[in-house]
Design a binder for this molecule. Structure first.
Ligand code: M6R
Length: 365
């Protein structure tokens, strides 16, 4: 039920603090350890693997991109991420030393399922991150990590994405611990940061009114870019997909450092650039990228962490997310992008929960 919300998408955006809380509750012990009671993967099994391969489609793929950074950092192993429709046709190098991770909200996406079957045929161990209990992907996997987002009705995925991200963090902590690649101190720090996310999400959701006002002002622009570096680039892809799928605006995401290798040629005074600058180490680099697009008169909407006010003089608008560890910022920075997509689509009179040409679950190849 939509309750007080006009659309399922808006309800699901606002469901996120609760959904994250639920995923945390189900997987964290009182002592702050990740406890995966149903996991059959042992320390000995894990010692055999020499790479992790993450495969998914659409939004779930974007979660996988963030997952790569996290796994590389916590588990210290080579990690590949691919879209299922490419992975399954390129004769990927996968064997019994591969941990294959499929991510899917529905657990019924045809390409993801076929990629999983291909990986299994090649001997990989399959772990899936799935929202729908008992779905085909879940049934065909060796282990399943459920995201516990609750039913997601809107075609545009929101709470499934953030709970997929959280599942990847928890899994990376768990595996990093099994493998001895994460220090006790860092483990505790990440757990404590993750535990603070529901409260911080509530704070980010209060940006709703300001974002709605902005959407009313800018909804008729026909070109929107999303830029970022590091994990912010992965969030940029997700923000762009959200906007295009429900508002039909031609939007495009790119790692900010790649702009000057071609894409910056498209900047015009009517172009909107949504710039994510939440990664401390990359902040100055992002500011110079913002200056580059600003010099071409683009309209810049920035997303930064509270306190980083230096960005304001280069941006037309700035939205702040609460201070947090860089590693967990995707859980917060995607929210303003979801809300922006929602209000732009609403202003344009689009059918938000059921966008044209799209299905909630893509069961055709
Ligand atoms: O059910 P799945 O997570 O496997 O679905 C994958 C994509 O089809 C899905 O994320 C799609 O990109 C969403 N409509 C995005 O909002």
């Amino acid at each position: 039920e939509k309750g007080k919300y006009e659309h399922f998408m808006l309800k699901e955006i606002f469901d996120q603090p609760k959904a994250i809380e639920e995923t945390l509750d189900r997987n964290l012990s009182d002592g702050g350890r990740v406890s995966l009671y149903d996991m059959t993967l042992t320390k000995e099994d894990f010692a055999k693997f020499n790479k992790i391969c993450i495969v998914a489609c659409g939004t779930a793929y974007h979660a996988g991109l963030v997952g790569r950074n996290i796994f590389e950092k916590f588990v210290k192993m080579p990690v590949e991420v691919d879209v299922a429709s490419e992975f399954r046709y390129r004769d990927p190098f996968v064997d019994e030393k591969t941990l294959f991770i499929a991510i899917s909200q529905s657990g019924e996406t045809a390409d993801t399922l076929e990629a999983l079957r291909e990986a299994k045929r090649k001997g990989a161990r399959v772990l899936s991150i799935v929202n729908v209990v008992g779905s085909t992907v879940a049934r065909e996997s060796d282990d399943v990590f459920y995201t516990w987002a609750g039913p997601e009705i809107s075609v545009a995925s929101t709470k499934a994405y953030t709970t997929q991200l959280l599942s990847l963090y928890l899994l990376a902590l768990y595996l990093g611990d099994l493998r001895g690649t994460i220090s006790e101190e860092y483990y505790r720090e990440v757990v404590s940061e993750l535990s603070e996310i529901p409260e911080k999400l509530e704070k980010v959701l209060t940006l709703r009114g300001d974002i709605e006002k902005l959407a009313k002002k800018l909804y008729d622009r026909d070109q929107v870019f999303f830029i970022g570096r590091g994990m912010d680039a992965s969030v940029a892809y997700e923000g762009s997909l959200k906007l295009k799928e429900i508002s039909y605006i031609n939007s495009f995401a790119i790692a900010a450092g790649e702009l000057k290798h071609g894409t910056i040629a498209l900047m015009e005074p009517t172009t909107i650039v949504v710039a994510l600058a939440t990664q401390s180490k990359l902040f100055d680099k992002m500011v110079s990228n913002i200056q580059e697009v600003k010099a071409r008169n683009a309209h810049v909407i920035s997303i930064a962490k509270e306190g980083n006010t230096a960005i304001e003089e280069h941006s037309n608008e700035t939205f702040y997310i609460p201070e947090c560890m860089d590693e967990v910022s995707p859980l917060l920075s995607v929210i303003p992008l979801q809300i922006y997509a929602y209000y732009v689509a609403k202003e344009k009179g689009c059918e938000i929960d059921r966008p044209r040409n799209l299905a909630k679950s893509v069961t055709v190849e």
